[in-house]
Design a protein around this ligand. Structure first.
Ligand SMILES: NC(=O)c1ccc[n+]([C@@H]2O[C@H](COP(=O)([O-])OP(=O)(O)OC[C@H]3O[C@@H](n4cnc5c(N)ncnc54)[C@H](OP(=O)(O)O)[C@@H]3O)[C@@H](O)[C@H]2O)c1
Length: 278
């Protein structure tokens, strides 16, 4: 698949039949208040239909306000939020979900994720998420920062397969084995920090590739994820860069250059490292 075959509102079908956009806006470290509200409104104006937030980001309220202010029908926008680490366990997870739903001011959440595989409690929390699905309060449930061993444990403990595993994923952290494991089990991989938080945008290797395609380094990184059919959520709070990051559906990275990008891997983690999560 090349990015030319994908549109900004193209969807992937999750293992429970729900469809969600393959491309969205991340709002981690987007300041609560005007900065988040503006970023979400810029994104929705630019055609984004999917926003990734979390209780931990402290900006769910602003995301919800922007969604309402946009006047775009609610069902056309997909909203993800996440269960924070201090809210694990069945009852606490149920309460935390309700807090998030109220903060967002939405009647339902599209996708609720376990933010991190908290030891000893994650399987109890997963039961709460299964209840939320049964009660119709969210459309899909998944996990984040799960390595293969965390996924195996979950699959052995529950008949509900997570729809998504959201992990750090970029050419500089090409988690090939995890991608294959997820594919083999019907779990959609979702790439966070797809722009390496900006750290690698000046890498000469990447700059060369960008000039070859007359695209920016950020656009090449987003194109690489999309061509792997990985859901991707670049973050920006700048109107210009929000537009730039969405201008990726008119070029195709050749199979040879996809391999070159794969070879950039250096196991770079710009966020936390789930290999430490037992
Ligand atoms: N589940 C998890 O544990 C987890 C962890 C991390 C992130 N996430 C999610 O993934 C999303 C994206 O990851 P991220 O925020 O860590 O990092 P990212 O998207 O890889 O990079 C964001 C950084 O790149 C800059 N940037 C954006 N577009 C650019 C462009 N076109 N040219 C140059 N610089 C650009 C942004 O600055 P400006 O804002 O100034 O443009 C910001 O500093 C998050 O917002 C969050 O929703 C999830």
């Amino acid at each position: 698949m090349t990015t030319k075959e994908i549109r900004i509102d193209s969807k992937v079908k999750l293992n429970n039949g729900v469809q969600m956009p393959i491309f969205g806006l991340g709002v981690y470290q987007t300041r609560s208040g005007k900065e988040t509200k503006d970023a979400v409104l810029y994104a929705l104006e630019a055609g984004y239909r999917f926003i990734d937030t979390a209780a931990m980001y402290g900006n769910e309220k602003d995301v919800g306000e922007a969604v309402r202010e946009s006047n775009i029908p609610r069902e056309e926008i997909s909203i993800t939020t996440k269960l924070w680490n201090t809210d694990h366990g069945y009852d606490k997870a149920m309460a935390a979900f309700e807090d998030s739903r109220k903060e967002l001011g939405l009647s339902y959440i599209d996708l609720y994720l376990i933010h991190w595989p908290v030891e000893g409690l994650r399987n109890e929390s997963w039961k709460a998420l299964e209840t939320l699905i049964k009660e119709g309060k969210c459309r899909a449930i998944g996990v984040s920062n799960y390595m293969i061993r965390h996924l195996e444990e979950l699959l052995n403990n529950s008949s509900t397969i997570p729809v998504i595993n959201q992990v750090e994923f970029s050419p500089y952290l090409y988690q090939k084995d995890l991608l294959e494991f997820c594919r083999n089990h019907g779990i959609q991989l979702e790439a966070y920090s797809p722009l390496t938080k900006g750290y690698k945008l000046h890498d000469p290797k990447l700059a060369n590739m960008a000039s070859k395609y007359s695209k920016s380094p950020a656009q090449i990184l987003i194109g690489w994820a999309l061509q792997k059919e990985v859901v991707v959520i670049p973050k920006s709070s700048s109107k210009e860069r929000i537009h730039e990051n969405a201008d990726v559906f008119d070029f195709a990275i050749s199979p040879e250059d996809m391999k070159v990008l794969d070879s950039f891997n250096e196991d770079l983690r710009t966020s936390w490292d789930p290999s430490t999560a037992t």
